[in-house]
Ligand binder design. Structure first.
Ligand code: FAD
Ligand code: FES
Ligand code: FES
Length: 459
């Protein structure tokens, strides 16, 4: 990856087009499934349930409840095999082509429950049972996660229970020991094969998974397609509003969009890296990043959601824009014409609109060094975890005592303010910020929040 954001010419190289097919395979609970003529936006949840694996439930179909959680066998960025719990209601089935998926049904063997299931049962962690398979799957992924075996109950933040109460569920979780020996532990000792290119065509839409940037751009050239990364935003639109896309181009296997480079002048983060991957790769990230990350959705969402997807949605209440604006980030955009670099502040052009032109892809996000002397992130939402912001603010003090503040939830786009000192910034907010009113908060409330967050940073 380039150490500097510049207008490098993009070299078009030849690539081998994968053959379009009407079927693909993946492994479900250890059995190979041959999928044929399923709509391109059919979800993993619907498919598994249609095959009799009905443990995972549809509670919300929008990533909020975790009742649909399943396990994907993944490579974590340091090339260790891992189990990732994901919301299967937001996973388009073709995106698991050639991958391994496990549902809650696979965890018990020959009638003997897994340790997680036994712990849930012993702690009385289930009443109606609707949420239970999802909790079990999230706990299982945590138990098999590499690294210190500390159990953080926030890792279950994407799973909701409406009747048992969280205490016994947390007790079950905290009682878990290290991952036991057996077939699931053994699977972690073997690598995950690289994702192969895919061209899937069904009666209802196409789904392509290119394995190079050239290929992705070539596929997008017809102007009749939509990029998809983690599908945590697009999937909600699909599920709840019934929107269908003619052709989805997955960015999941495009290596150029998955690079991470911590150089002397900047950190450059590939747009298709998930938030979970970024936190693995950026071990010495500034403390404001560690403050920001747990406030972004849940582990289940962060395992799929990408930084590029968050910026490309141009949501005025997206959480990464305020942070990245305060850190003075730039975005690198790629197309067949070449590459261009934009300050993030110029990327958002209107309500849910960006400077991306047809056929362009967000390639990476570049955060220049040195990082600010101090920076904080604040998120005001109805719930403290796993909720969208009413107002989000990131505030950075620069070496010459200038203050920069990135704000979400106060205008049609994320915005940034800079002033020579904090008093000047307060005055700038007071005189120029004109937030909108909606069901989450009035304009006056949002202005007061922005000012109070700045004051909180001062104290
Ligand atoms: C339950 C839940 C909780 C959430 N909580 C939060 C939260 O706390 N904070 C927050 O900010 N967001 C939140 N979100 C929104 C969402 O998860 C994020 O916006 C996420 O980062 C989107 O990334 P993605 O990879 O899933 O994008 P996708 O859904 O795959 O794509 C979103 C859009 O971006 C486009 N796109 C994706 N990648 C690129 C690229 N590289 N170049 C060009 N276009 C691209 C797609 O075409 C699509 O239009 C939440 C969503 C859910 C369902
Ligand atoms: S059904 Fe609620 S998160 Fe998937
Ligand atoms: S046990 Fe009923 S919703 Fe959790």
């Amino acid at each position: 990856m380039r150490g500097k954001c510049g207008n490098s010419k993009f070299t078009i190289v030849k690539f081998i087009m994968a053959v379009t097919s009407t079927d693909f395979r993946f492994s479900l609970n250890g059995r190979t499934m041959q999928v044929r003529d399923v709509p391109a936006q059919f979800t993993l949840l619907d498919y598994a349930r249609s095959r009799g694996f009905t443990g995972a439930k549809e509670g919300c179909a929008e990533g909020e409840c975790g009742a649909c959680a399943m396990l994907l066998v993944c490579d974590d960025p340091v090339s260790r095999t891992t189990y990732q719990a994901v919301n299967s209601c937001l996973v388009p089935l073709p995106s698991v082509a050639d991958r391994e998926v496990f549902t809650v049904e696979s965890l018990a063997e020959n009638g003997v429950l897994s340790e997680v299931q036994t712990a849930m049962s012993a702690a009385g962690g289930s009443q109606c049972g609707y949420c239970t398979p999802g909790f079990v799957v999230s706990m299982f992924a945590e138990q098999y996660r590499s690294g210190p075996a500390t159990r953080d109950v926030h890792s279950l933040g994407g799973n909701l229970c409406r009747c048992t109460g969280y205490r016994p569920i947390h007790d079950a979780f905290l009682s878990l020991g290290p991952a036991p020996a057996g077939r699931f532990k053994e699977r972690l000792s073997r690598p995950v094969p690289a994702l192969a290119p895919l061209r899937y065509a069904s009666m209802e839409g196409r789904f392509s998974r290119p394995v190079s940037l050239d290929e992705a751009l070539q596929l997008a050239a017809d102007g009749n397609s939509r990029f998809v990364a983690g599908n945590t935003d697009l999937g909600v639109v699909t599920n709840l509003r019934g929107e269908r896309f003619h052709h989805l181009i997955s960015l999941e296997a495009v290596p150029e969009l998955r690079e991470f480079n911590d150089g002397p002048e900047a950190v450059e983060i590939g747009a298709a890296l998930t938030l979970t991957e970024i936190s693995e790769l950026w071990r010495d990230a500034p403390s404001v990043f560690r403050e920001w990350l747990p406030l972004f959705a849940s582990v289940l969402i962060r395992n799929r959601a990408t930084l590029g997807g968050n910026l490309a949605t141009a949501s005025p209440i997206g959480d990464s824009a305020p942070l990245l604006l305060a850190l003075n980030a730039e975005v690198q955009i790629a197309s067949f014409a070449g590459e261009r670099c934009l300050p993030l502040a110029e990327f958002f052009t209107g309500y849910r609109m960006t400077a991306l032109r047809p056929g362009e892809v967000l390639r990476s996000i570049r955060i220049p060094k040195p990082f600010p002397e101090s920076a904080r992130f604040f998120k005001v939402a109805k719930r403290s975890m796993d909720d969208i912001s009413t107002v989000a603010a990131a505030i950075a003090v620069l070496c010459d005592s200038h203050v920069r503040m990135g704000l979400g939830g106060v205008a049609a786009t994320p915005v940034v303010f800079e002033a020579p000192d904090r008093n000047a910034l307060q005055e700038l907010l007071r005189t120029t910020l004109k937030p909108m009113s909606d069901h989450r908060g009035s304009a006056a409330y949002r202005l007061a929040l922005a000012q109070n967050l700045l004051a909180r940073f001062e104290s």
